[in-house]
Design a protein around this ligand. Structure first.
Ligand code: HXC
Length: 276
């Protein structure tokens, strides 16, 4: 009966605002590193539910396969595949993009979201620990772009990085992540200028604190979450859907002339003076 039609189940589960028109990403293919994770998975869910097919990339095939088949259920006919790769390895990324092209024949949208994080004061941070986070976040973003650019040129594609706000100020025990994310912002500006003439836009979303993510559960104990809510001007932590909605906007035709922008999506959190 109609109560279990694919469209109705989409309305109940899609991680995206209903203000967006259905099928706006019909025929588009999105390639997402970190796509099985929390924030990036929400981005993929939104794009797939609005018409895109998706390739999600991560290190573990079993986790990718499970996420891919769940995401594919959001829209009747959606194609979502998981490809295992380590973003630190340029050859691994190149192979992943080659496979994506084999499967889907094109690439329109790129999200570089794979990230690594832990809390550590500098005097407890080995050179390798610093290097690995920079290698995942910053070099991984470069490797992904490098592999995808030839295909994005053909489709006048759109690139989106997932950054942070912690490097706008100073956050204890996050020097490695702050350095990596600052580099990501810089890389986006350069790409915006270099590849704008090809019709490719490059933008950044800088999420504030998002509840119910792997990163947040690692960084913020539950008992501090209530205090965190009231410290944010909008009086709540972010939701995965907040980032997904901003992603849909930046990938839509409404954002055709937005290039090299860093869109902070944080309820005003980083602007607030915490000392008062
Ligand atoms: C100090 C640590 C550490 C810790 C790891 N290391 N954890 N040092 N304190 N808590 C050190 C290790 O000792 C090692 O250095 C080096 O880091 C690499 O660790 P490995 O375990 O060998 O690396 P690997 O298995 O590749 O894992 C990478 C990782 C891991 C970054 C350490 O956490 C990871 O894979 N994370 C991916 C998932 C994730 O974190 N997602 C959350 C993203 S949230 P030595 O010297 O011993 O070799 C996010 C939000 C950002 O990014 C914005 C927040 C506001």
């Amino acid at each position: 009966g109609s109560s279990s039609s694919p469209l109705q189940s989409l309305e109940m589960t899609a991680n995206v605002s209903k203000i967006y028109r259905e099928r706006i990403f019909d025929g588009k293919v999105v390639f997402v590193t970190g796509g099985a994770g929390s924030i990036c998975r929400g981005q993929v869910e939104a794009l797939v539910s609005l018409g895109a097919d998706a390739v999600i990339v991560g290190r573990r095939q079993n986790i990718l396969d499970k996420a891919a088949s769940e995401i594919a259920q959001l829209r009747y006919g959606a194609r979502v595949i998981g490809i295992a790769a380590d973003v630190r390895d340029d050859q691994s990324l190149k192979a992943a993009v080659d496979r994506a092209i084999e499967q889907f024949g094109r690439l329109d949208l790129l999200i570089c979201g794979a990230a690594g994080n832990f809390l550590a004061p500098v005097d407890n941070l080995s050179a390798n620990a610093f290097k690995q986070v920079v290698a995942i976040d910053l070099l991984g973003t470069f490797n992904t772009v490098k592999a995808a650019i030839p295909h994005l040129k053909k489709t006048k594609g759109k690139i989106l990085f997932v950054s942070a706000t912690l490097h706008y100020t100073g956050v204890p025990f996050q020097s490695h992540v702050a350095a990596a994310k600052a580099g990501i912002d810089a890389l986006a500006k350069n790409l915006a200028v270099e590849y704008g003439p090809w019709g490719i836009t490059t933008n950044v979303i800088a999420p504030g604190p998002i509840g119910e993510t792997e990163g947040m559960s690692r960084l913020l104990p539950q008992e501090l979450k209530d205090k965190a809510d009231s410290a944010i001007p909008m009086q709540r932590m972010g939701r995965i859907q907040d980032i997904a909605d901003a992603t849909v906007f930046l990938f839509s035709d409404a954002a055709q002339w937005i290039n090299g922008a860093i869109l902070v999506v944080d309820g005003g959190a980083w602007l607030r003076d915490q000392s008062g």
